[in-house]
Design a protein around this ligand. Structure first.
Ligand code: OGA
Ligand code: NI
Length: 332
């Protein structure tokens, strides 16, 4: 299913793409210069580091692996994360059921206001985009509470490991975030008759701290590495973790919040469930003073997360990173 917007009235139409059309509607077609070029994507599936969290007892090793992954890829996968299989299966099931609900039921959740905590939408910010994307998402909080609690534990562990890998106190990032925020999205990518003309989700970096992604067994996520797109093939029971913009700032550019995107395919639907771990809106974010020295001058001015988030949404999903709007003035 995909939504098309009637822009004047913001009225929403739902088209059943899978059964009714065999062409991508024109407002979903990207210009030739901005298409996925699927034949140029590398699909070596061991390209993104896989980290075994079970070996936490050999903690130095894990810290070192995470540091390396954050530096080189901004992305890694985790296994033996401690989230029981049934919690994961249940979360996937909840999502599938939601997207199988009759259209009229689902549309009761529709909103294009990004500040709403529970909403159904499509594209990124329908108010700032001309070209739509091929997905539907449902961002929610408080639903699937059991899953959320477990993911929070994994996030807290990862933040400790990331802090340590930067040579900071174990609880440095935890404290820097103030009261933590956690948002979850359910992404639904329908089969698409012409996947080479559009995106499920165009290239972007995540504005938050870290993102922990659960996906079904259909590939679609791609990560930019050394100017090449790498396809990340799903491994059952693992999560994909990526560093968001706030870690790039806290780390004073040691770690990179990298561009990623989701592509669609003509055969199967795909569901992915990202959890966006965030600072509190009032938290003041700045590079850690321990990571500033003569060789590493301070790269960013300080800002509140709410200021950052507002700028992020208002500019739409531009390819150039939102981080550049917060850089310190270049030193003379
Ligand atoms: C996101 C995202 C990737 C995916 O929602 O920010 O990057 O595979 N999703 O759905
Ligand atoms: Ni993302």
């Amino acid at each position: 299913m995909v939504m098309a917007m009637a822009s004047s009235s913001q009225k929403v139409l739902l088209l059943d793409l899978a059964s009714n059309i065999n062409h991508v509607p024109t407002n979903y077609i990207r210009p030739i210069s901005d298409r996925p070029n699927l034949d140029q994507v590398d699909s070596i599936d061991d390209s993104i580091p896989l980290i075994d969290l079970h070996s936490l007892t050999r903690s130095n090793d894990v810290v070192q692996q995470i540091g390396q992954a954050c530096k080189e890829y901004g992305f890694f996968q985790v296994k033996n994360h401690g989230i029981p299989d049934e919690v994961i299966t249940n979360m996937m099931q909840i999502s599938r059921e939601f997207f199988r609900m009759p259209q009229s039921e689902r549309m009761k959740s529709y909103s294009d206001d990004p500040s709403k905590t529970t909403r159904l939408s499509t594209s990124f910010n329908v108010n700032t985009e001309k070209i739509k994307w091929f997905n539907i998402y449902f961002r929610c909080r408080d639903n699937a509470a059991d899953y959320c609690r477990h993911v929070r534990q994994v996030a807290l562990t990862l933040l400790e490991l990331i802090s340590e890998s930067l040579g900071l106190e174990r609880d440095y990032i935890n404290r820097a975030l103030g009261k933590h925020g956690q948002h979850m999205a359910l992404n639904y990518y329908p089969p698409c008759p012409q996947p080479e003309l559009t995106y499920g989700l165009p290239s972007h970096a995540d504005p938050n701290v870290i993102t922990i992604l659960l996906q079904d067994d259909v590939p679609g996520l791609q990560v930019l590495n050394n100017d090449k797109w790498l396809a990340v093939n799903p491994i059952p029971r693992t999560f994909i973790v990526n560093i968001g913009d706030q870690i790039q700032v806290l780390s004073n550019d040691r770690y990179k919040s990298v561009l990623h995107r989701a592509v669609v395919n003509c055969y199967t639907e795909r569901i992915s469930i990202p959890t966006f771990y965030c600072p509190s809106p009032e938290a003041v974010i700045a590079p850690a003073s321990e990571l500033i020295d003569e060789d590493h001058p301070c790269q960013y001015r300080s800002f509140t997360y709410s200021e950052y988030y507002q700028k992020f949404w208002n500019r739409g999903l531009a390819t150039e990173t939102c981080l550049d709007l917060f850089r310190s003035s270049p030193r003379v």
